[in-house]
Design a protein around this ligand. Sequence first.
Ligand code: FES
Length: 153
Amino acid sequence: MNLDDVYQELLLDHYKSPRCHGVLLNPDGKVDLHNPLCGDQISLTIKFAQDEISNIAFTGHGCSISQAAASMMSELLRGKTKQEAQRLSLLFRQMIRSEVEGDALLDLGDAVALEGVKKHSARIKCALLAWDCVDRVLGDPDGGRSLRNEIPS
Ligand code: FES
């Protein structure tokens, strides 16, 4: 089994058994975004305890990449500080733009399985939909760049 197979299995696992799936009651942040090209959609709810993301959950529908990306991202960000979550969002975007490779991506956890999406420009919006939601809540970590590319709801 090569690395691509492992990544494919991880993607399917998150798609079929999404982590952090649901809606939080009385969230501190809530964002709904959809991709107008296909109608796929993510709703994200977040709770904070001081500076930490104490809980995060999503619902949505759409392609395996958009839904698996939301699961991977939510699992990764639960328990992180807002600042760390912004750093990870930027790192994910840098991976998709081929600006960072190799061991530097280890902090992305399972989300590194989406690195191959960078070769398929039509799927990049799928991988970024959930991260665009979190940037809406936390503020753009990319100096305005990611929100300019964001899919309007
Ligand atoms: Fe719609 Fe992937 S095809 S978000």
